[in-house]
Design a protein around this ligand. Structure first.
Ligand code: GLA
Length: 420
C-alpha cells in the first residue's frame, strides 16, 4: 500500500508531501516488567549543543576521559549520551550504520570504551523516517535513518551495542503519528530485547507526554530545545534557560521516580550564561528534580563552571531519595521562591531573582506553613557553604538572574504550601 503522507523534519518544521511505502506494523510484544531505571533524575553529559555533529570515536573517548578526570563521574554524572549524527545509513538488511570514517570499529566499541570508564552509554534515534540532522542524502532523497518501521530491529541493535539509554526524538515523523503509540512501540521494542535501557521521550511537549509518559519512558521533554542563552526565543520554538523554569513550575506535580520532567540540557559551561545564571539553572533544576545533563565541551570548560556542576549539596538536593519535585510557591515582581520537600523532613529553598538588578528576597515563614515566630532548626546555605543558624527567618540580597539556596531543617510536621 502506498500513501501520500506529510513528514515533519527538525525543530524548524518542514511539511513535505512525499509518497512512501507504508511500514508494516511492528510486532506486538507485551511489555515485560522493567527494573527501576531512574529512581532519581538521570545525570550525565550529551554530545548535543557542545559538539553538534562534530564528533568521532576518539572524541567520545576523550570526553569520557575528561568526565572521569574532572571529577564529574565521581560527582554523579554517570552517563555519556551520543546524540544525533552517529548513524548515516541503513544497510541492505535494514540495520542502522554508523559513519565508518568516524567510528571505524563500530558503535559497540564506542559503548565498550564508555563502559570501561565507568559510564553508562546513551544512544539516539528518532521516531520518524529521518533524524533531525540527517534528513537528506547527497542525491536529495530522504535518508532512512529514523526508526519508524524499524523499532524492534533498532532496539535489538542498541542492546547489542550495549546501550543503557535511548533518546527517541520526534523528527521525520508522519503527520498521522501520535505521541503515545509511537513511544509505546519503542518502549515495547526495548522490553523485547531483554536489556534494561532507559527511554528518554523527546517529542518537545507536542502531545503532552507528562500525561502519558509514566510507564512509557523514564523522562520526557517539556518543550522545544533549550538554547545557549538566558532569555532568547526563536520562531521554531527554541527557548532560553529562564523559560524552562516556567515549564518546570507548570508540570512539577507530574514528575517523580521513573518519570521525570526534562527541561533539556544544562547550558552551564557553554560560555554564555554568567556564573549567577549558571548557579540559577542548576539550583532550580535540582529543586525541580530535573535530569542533570551537561551539554558543554568538557575540553574547554571553565573551572568555575565545573565547580558549579559538581557542587555536592546541589546534587544531593537533585538526587534526594524521596523523589518529590519541588514547587514554585511564589512569583511576584520577578521574585520567586521554590521549595522542595526532602527526605528527613528537610526543605530545599531557592530564592530566585528574575530581575536584572539585585533584590532582597525573604522567605516567608507561611511559605513553609509555619506559624509566625516558629524557629527552624537551622540548615545550610548552598552556594556560600555557610551554616544557617536556627532562627525565625531567611533573607538574602540576591543578584540579578541569581539565586540563594538553602537546605533547612524545619520543625517536624511543617508542610510546603500549595503551589501557585
Ligand atoms: C532535536 C532535539 C535535540 C537534539 C537535536 C539533534 O532538536 O530536540 O535535543 O537531539 O534534535 O538533531
Amino acid at each position: 500500500m502506498r500513501a501520500a503522507l506529510r513528514i515533519f523534519a527538525g525543530p524548524v518544521r518542514l511539511a513535505l508531501s512525499v509518497a512512501l511505502a507504508a511500514s508494516s506494523a511492528a510486532a506486538q510484544t507485551p511489555a515485560a516488567p522493567r527494573p527501576a531505571l531512574a529512581p532519581t533524575p538521570p545525570m550525565g553529559w550529551s554530545t548535543w549543543y557542545g559538539l553538534r555533529c562534530d564528533f568521532d570515536a576518539a572524541t567520545l573517548k576523550a570526553m569520557a576521559d575528561r568526565m572521569v578526570a574532572t571529577g564529574l563521574v565521581a560527582a554523579g554524572y554517570d552517563g555519556l549520551n551520543v546524540d544525533d549524527c552517529w548513524a548515516v545509513r541503513r544497510d541492505a538488511d535494514g540495520h542502522l550504520r554508523e559513519d565508518p570514517k568516524r567510528f571505524p570499529a563500530g558503535m559497540k566499541a564506542v559503548g565498550d570504551a564508555i563502559h570501561e570508564r565507568g559510564l553508562k552509554f546513551g544512544i539516539y534515534a528518532s521516531a520518524g523516517i529521518t533524524t533531525c540532522q540527517r534528513e537528506l542524502s547527497s542525491d536529495g532523497s530522504r535518508l532512512p535513518v529514523g526508526s519508524k518501521g524499524h523499532e524492534y530491529q533498532d532496539a535489538r541493535d542498541f542492546a547489542a551495542m550495549g546501550a543503557d539509554f535511548v533518546k527517541y526524538d520526534w523528527c521525520g515523523r508522519y503527520e498521522t503519528q501520535d505521541g503515545p503509540s509511537t513511544y509505546q512501540t519503542m518502549r515495547d521494542a526495548i522490553a523485547a530485547t531483554g536489556r534494561p535501557m532507559l527511554l528518554s521521550i523527546c517529542e518537545w511537549g507536542y502531545t503532552k507526554p507528562w500525561n502519558w509518559g509514566r510507564g512509557v519512558g523514564q523522562m520526557w521533554r517539556l518543550g522545544m530545545d533549550t538554547l545557549n542563552c538566558w532569555a532568547c526565543q526563536t520562531d521554531w520554538g527554541g527557548i532560553g534557560v529562564v523559560h524552562t523554569f516556567d515549564l518546570l513550575a507548570e508540570h512539577a506535580a507530574k514528575g517523580g521516580p521513573e518519570g521525570w520532567n526534562d527541561p533539556d540540557n544544562l547550558m552551564i559551561g557553554n560560555g554564555v550564561l554568567t556564573p549567577d545564571e549558571e548557579r540559577a539553572q542548576i539550583s532550580i533544576y535540582a529543586t525541580a528534580a530535573a535530569p542533570l545533563i551537561i551539554a558543554g565541551d568538557l575540553r574547554t570548560i571553565r573551572t568555575e563552571s565545573l565547580a558549579i556542576l559538581k557542587n555536592r549539596d546541589v546534587i544531593a538536593v537533585n538526587q534526594d531519595p524521596l523523589g518529590k519535585p519541588g514547587q514554585r510557591i511564589r512569583k511576584e515582581d520577578g521574585e520567586e521562591v521554590w521549595i522542595r520537600e526532602l527526605q528527613g523532613d528537610r526543605r530545599a529553598v531557592v530564592l530566585f531573582n528574575r530581575n536584572a538588578a539585585a533584590r532582597t528576597i525573604a522567605l516567608r515563614w507561611t511559605e513553609l506553613d509555619l506559624a509566625p515566630g516558629t524557629r527552624i532548626g537551622g540548615g545550610r546555605e548552598i552556594w556560600t557553604d555557610k551554616t544557617v543558624p536556627a532562627g525565625v527567618g531567611v533573607s538574602r540580597r540576591v543578584p540579578g538572574h541569581g539565586v540563594a539556596m538553602f537546605v533547612l531543617d524545619p520543625p517536624s510536621g511543617a508542610k510546603v504550601k500549595a503551589p501557585i
